[in-house]
Design a protein around this ligand. Structure first.
Ligand SMILES: Nc1ncnc2c1ncn2[C@@H]1O[C@H](COP(=O)(O)OP(=O)(O)OP(=O)(O)O)[C@@H](O)[C@H]1O
Ligand SMILES: [Mg+2]
Length: 251
C-alpha cells in the first residue's frame, strides 16, 4: 500500500496528515516508510535531526548509483522510517527536464524496497509539478486533505485533472482513497457550510473522521513526536487514530 498525500494548495494539512498517519500505521506494527517529497522538508524534520540527513530523495532522483535504501533513516519510533527531503529537491524539475522516464523515477526506485515496508506514505509539495506526478505514478492510493476554509475547493479541478492524466496511461489503477477535512472548527456555521460543499463534490469519498483545529497538532513536530506520543489523549490523537482505521478499512 503506497499512499500519496496530495493537494497543490499550500498549508492544508498534507504534512500533518502524512506524519501522523504514518505514525498511526507504525503504532499498529506495520513497517512504515514516510517519504518526504517536499523541498521544504517539513515531514523529514518532524522525525529526524537535520544533522542526520546527509543524502536525500534528491540524490535518489538524480543519481542512479544512490539506492533509496541508502537515504532511508530510522525515526526514534519503532517501525517508522523516513526517506528525507532537502531544499535541493526544488532544483529537480530543471535537472530532469528532457529525461524520458522523469515521471517514473520514484516508482522505479521504490521497487527496490517494496518488500521491506508494508505501508509507504508520501508527503507531496504544494504544486502539481514533477514531484507530485512522480508520487501519483508510484502510488496505489491518493489521500487528499482539504482545509475547512472559504476557499476549500478552489483548485480541486486541477488536481482531479492531473489524477485523470496519470490514470490514463502511467498508473491506471490509482485509487482515490478519500478526502479528509482538516483544521475544522465545529463552532462556526461557515465550517458546516464548507463541509456540505465538500460532501457535494466528493460524496462518499469524504472520510467520516474530520480533523479539528488543535494547537497540539501544531506543536508535536517541534518535539520530533507524532501526536500519539506528544498528546495521546488529545482530540488530534483520537481523530488521526480514527482516520487511520478508516484508511485501513478502505484499502
Ligand atoms: N488540525 C490542525 N490544527 C491546527 N493546526 C494545524 C492542523 N493541521 C495542520 N496545522 C498547522 O497548519 C500549518 C500547515 O499545515 P501542514 O504543514 O500540515 O500543511 P501542508 O499542506 O503540508 O503545507 P505545505 O503546502 O506548505 O506543505 C502548520 O503550521 C500545521 O502545524
Ligand atoms: Mg507540507
Amino acid at each position: 500500500m503506497i499512499i500519496a498525500i496530495a493537494n497543490q494548495k499550500g498549508g492544508v494539512g498534507k504534512t500533518t496528515t502524512a506524519i501522523n498517519l504514518a505514525a498511526g500505521f507504525a503504532l499498529r506494527k506495520r513497517r512504515t516508510l514516510l517519504i518526504d517529497l517536499d523541498p521544504q522538508a517539513n515531514s523529514s524534520m518532524s522525525y529526524l535531526d537535520a544533522t542526520a540527513v546527509d543524502r536525500s530523495m534528491y540524490d535518489v532522483f538524480i543519481d542512479s548509483t544512490v539506492r533509496i535504501g541508502d537515504v532511508i533513516r530510522p525515526s526514534k519510533h519503532p517501525n517508522l522510517f523516513v526517506a528525507p527531503s532537502r531544499i535541493a529537491l526544488a532544483k529537480l524539475e530543471a535537472r530532469l527536464v528532457g529525461e524520458l522516464d522523469s515521471h517514473f523515477k520514484l516508482k522505479d526506485r521504490l521497487a527496490e524496497v517494496a518488500n521491506d515496508f508494508e505501508v509507504v506514505v508520501i508527503d507531496c509539495p504544494p504544486a502539481l509539478g514533477l514531484l507530485t506526478v512522480n508520487a501519483l505514478v508510484a502510488s496505489t492510493h491518493l489521500l487528499i486533505p482539504i482545509q475547512s476554509s472559504y476557499f476549500a475547493l478552489e483548485g480541486t479541478d486541477d488536481l482531479l485533472e492531473t489524477i485523470e492524466k496519470v490514470r490514463s496511461r502511467a498508473n491506471p489503477t490509482l485509487k482515490i482513497l478519500g478526502v479528509v477535512i482538516t483544521m475544522h472548527d465545529k463552532r462556526t456555521s461557515l465550517a458546516r457550510d464548507i463541509r456540505d460543499q465538500i460532501d457535494k463534490v466528493f460524496g462518499k469519498k469524504v472520510f467520516r473522521t474530520v480533523i479539528t483545529k488543535s494547537v497540539r497538532l501544531e506543536e508535536s513536530p517541534a518535539y520530533k513526536e507524532s501526536i500519539f506520543q506528544f498528546a495521546p489523549d488529545s482530540t488530534g490523537a483520537t481523530e488521526y487514530y480514527r482516520l487511520c482505521e478508516e484508511v485501513m478499512d478502505r484499502v
